[in-house]
Design a protein around this ligand. Sequence first.
Ligand SMILES: Cc1ncc(COP(=O)(O)O)c(C=O)c1O
Length: 370
Amino acid sequence: MTTFPTNERLLKVPLYIGGKSIEEVRRELGVDEIIKLASNECPLGPSPMAVEAAREALSDANRYPGTADLDLRRKLAPRLDAALDESNVVLGNGGTDVLRMIAQAFVFERGVNTIMCRASFPMWHIATMVAGGDCIFIKPTADYGHDLPAMAARINANTRVVYVCSPNNPTGNIVTQAHANDFMARVPERVVVVWDEAYCAYVDAPDYADSLRYVKDGRNVLVVRSFSKSAGLANMRIGYAIGHTELADYLRHAQNPFHTGAASLAGAAASLDDAEYLASNRQMVLDGRAFLRAEFEKLGLNSLPSQANFVAIVDPPMPPEDLADTLLHRGFIVRAMEPFGLPNAVRVTVGTQAENEKFVAVLGDVISEA
Ligand SMILES: Cc1ncc(COP(=O)(O)O)c(C=O)c1O
């Protein structure tokens, strides 16, 4: 075998292990009916309007995408806030790509660090490490929230980015406006705060922090959102960051040329008009998460209140990995949350009502056999 140059730091970067796909499980276990409640996807299929627009755009698949990026930014920005325009939005190949861009843009020197909650989305850790920086992990509060004062207190001269996830994956909790304001007052202006809001469409809490306010105030804030979840377009790979114009323009330097296809961009743009789809997806999630939590309680399980499209079961009566594995053999893909810094939990994505009911029935059997 020939040798090749290796970066020892890169080898230490944890691999992002996504949930298993339905096909994989079908092949591995030979189980026919598989219900996937593992990756916080929308189980309703994509918006038909998005599919139609993407199909139309495919007739130009021989060309690099033309104005599709600009078209989507122009349509999206004012819907986010009347004070925003296309100069405030940076699109990427999924929110994950945007998080990669952010790390490359700000974590560019050895010895610099980023700060994040220990029980949260692992991509920030991965992106920081790949970019060559260090991560400072802050323990969550006793009720699994971000410990924002502790996060602010750990900022030092080498801190470039602080990540906040609201609703947080995998705990489902949000940051309230009062806590957000207090936190932002403690963060030095030069530090970039990434407000990861991939699940914001499912929030119904009235005190949910409005992070766009900080963008409009000119703070160095990047709000990251995605078309993967609420628009049901995970496979189209479109995510975006919202920031003040100078920050957004700076971030664009880390963008790949033709970062995603025009069919995906056109699909995402069309999904914005499908109010019926967006509303039914949201309602399904709001009803489904309440149903799951109530049923988990009947089974004697503790779960965390959630403002997202998933519910975390904490301290189940068997090790989370074993519970996830047993459920897998019964045809349900859910995920143990050790890689997300929550080793005592299993995360269950809200499915359709029929899927939720089947899941709860099988979970009940598994728990009673434990
Ligand atoms: C908190 C959070 N941020 C960002 C993303 C990125 O999603 P995508 O790359 O599909 O846009 C996810 C996906 O699971 C997520 O959970």
